[in-house]
Design a protein around this ligand. Structure first.
Ligand code: GCU
Length: 482
């Protein structure tokens, strides 16, 4: 079965922009002097960005659903690499070769960050407001057999500069109650089903963090606990809607005082990653957490956000990147499954900087100054596990939309940077174009970059055991309770 846009309608319903809606009645009197937030549809906002960039038309994306469509996704390897020359992560913009770790840290890495900031994910504003964390409840329960303490937290974002938009980050943190010291924590970007489950209610209840159904055995939280670690779940849509209409609200809208983005302003992926960093700020203050050993994990659009988080915030110790596809671990230069042109359309452009639209219109993916292998390289020397399901061959396989091979290629192509920093990439023979992929259900976990495709679908649940086995080399909980 192909990965269809199964989550899109659900998310559209679940994450409508009004989480971060203006609350004029609650705002101080000065708010009446401020222009109200723009109330645009995604289409109107997208059009505005096209006009800012002087773009008249964009190429259509691939169709992942209808094999008869003229623009049906390509799955022919012979046509998959129209731009086979990747930007070299170890060549400076002036053509000089990067030969030492110092050159990487001081010269090349900042160049790559600048290109991702300006052209791909957008910049976090210098004036991004402070977040004040409040513990709203503490409960003692058991998860499986393990006694745990769960804190519900709200990150109140300072909106004094523009009180017409209020933003509150929703986070839960669960740690083993009997831990003998601060514990490592895996932080997940969580899908929020609360509004769906509870009609049109606003987020805020304890039932917001449901698991995907249909997975038997211990869930990832229980696996993590049995390692002596804790886990946390952040709700990205509590601070930035998953919708172009939401770009003048949430944390992006707050920073822009309700007005539209400029072309190099941040998109939702960068905003979601910013929130994860604010959660880590909180963990640094919580004695239950070993903040030097916090990992990040997410699936699909949140797999993209996971890789962006890991790339930009060096405090995160490890990452599990689930089925991130285009805009994540997949090379944008590939013609396979989802394309750059899908991400520049009205349904997904909000994930990216406005400037990214250029690569689906006047420019091509081959013109991108950076590609996914360099996003992975920005994580070096820290360990990153790239996870996918199978393209086919098993019931409920993930399909081709996410481009497993294009993501494998990017992971292989990130290796030289890991090697420069005295770490190991994937252990493969050949270069990124020729290296054979391991069979499904075979983990490549000898290096600091790791890879595994499980035989199931659009989930990373079956890869958690392999991830944790590999992660054991890096992350260590306190001694078990006597
Ligand atoms: C769609 C989209 C993907 C995305 C996925 C998801 O399939 O095309 O880019 O990763 O939704 O987040 O569920």
């Amino acid at each position: 079965m192909q990965l269809r846009n199964v989550f899109v309608p659900a998310l559209a319903a679940l994450t409508a922009a009004n989480f971060c809606h203006a609350e004029p009645s609650a705002a101080p009197a000065t708010a009446t002097n401020l222009p109200p937030p723009m109330n645009w549809t995604a289409g109107q906002d997208h059009q505005n960005m096209m006009e800012q960039l002087g773009i008249k038309t964009l190429r259509p994306g691939a169709d992942g659903m209808n094999p008869k469509a003229a623009n049906y996704q390509n799955t022919d390897e012979a046509r998959a690499n129209p731009y086979p020359n990747l930007p070299d992560p170890l060549t400076l913009n002036d053509g000089k070769r990067v030969t030492t770790p110092e050159m990487w840290w001081q010269q090349r890495r900042p160049e790559i960050v600048e290109d991702f900031d300006r052209e791909v994910y957008g910049r976090v504003p210098k004036n991004a407001p402070k977040v004040t964390w409040e513990i709203t409840s503490v409960t003692r329960t058991n998860n499986g057999a393990i006694p745990v303490i769960t804190k519900q937290l709200t990150g109140h974002v300072d909106n004094s500069a523009y009180p017409l938009i209020s933003v509150n980050i929703q986070l839960t943190l669960t740690t083993p109650a009997n831990a003998t010291g601060p514990v490592p924590v895996m932080l997940e970007f969580g899908f929020d089903f609360s509004r769906f489950l509870r009609g049109t209610n606003r987020f805020g209840g304890t039932n917001a963090f449901r698991r995907f159904p249909g997975f038997n055995g211990p869930n990832w939280q229980q696996l993590v606990l049995s390692n002596g670690w804790g886990y946390a779940i952040i709700v990205p849509t509590s601070y930035q809607a998953d919708d172009g209409a939401g770009l003048t609200r949430g944390i992006i809208g707050l920073c822009n005082r309700g007005q539209p983005r400029k072309p190099d302003d941040w998109g939702a992926l960068r905003a979601w990653a910013w929130g994860a960093s604010r959660a880590l700020d909180y963990f640094e203050t919580d004695p239950a957490v070993d903040a030097k050993q916090v990992g990040i994990e997410g699936l699909s659009r949140y797999g993209k956000a996971t890789l962006v988080t890991m790339a930009y915030d060096p405090r995160f110790a490890i990452a599990l990147v689930g089925s991130s596809g285009e805009g994540g671990a997949k090379l944008s230069r590939r013609n396979w499954g989802e394309l750059v042109e899908n991400l520049t359309g009205t349904g997904e452009y909000h994930w990216m900087a406005g400037n990214f639209l250029k690569y689906g219109g006047p420019l091509t993916p081959g013109d991108l100054p950076v590609d996914a292998h360099e996003l992975i390289a920005l994580c070096a020397p820290r360990p990153v596990f790239i996870s996918y399901g199978a393209t086919s061959g098993s019931p409920g396989a993930e399909g081709t939309w996410v481009d497993q091979h294009g993501s494998f290629m990017a992971t292989v192509a990130a290796e030289p940077v890991y090697r420069l920093l005295a770490k190991k990439g994937l252990e493969v023979h050949g270069n990124y174009l020729t290296a054979p992929m391991p069979p499904v259900n075979t983990a490549l976990t000898n290096g600091d970059l790791a890879w595994r495709q499980h035989d199931g679908g659009h989930t990373d649940a079956p890869n958690w055991p392999a991830f944790l086995q590999w992660a054991d080399r890096y992350i260590h909980g306190p001694p078990p309770t006597k």
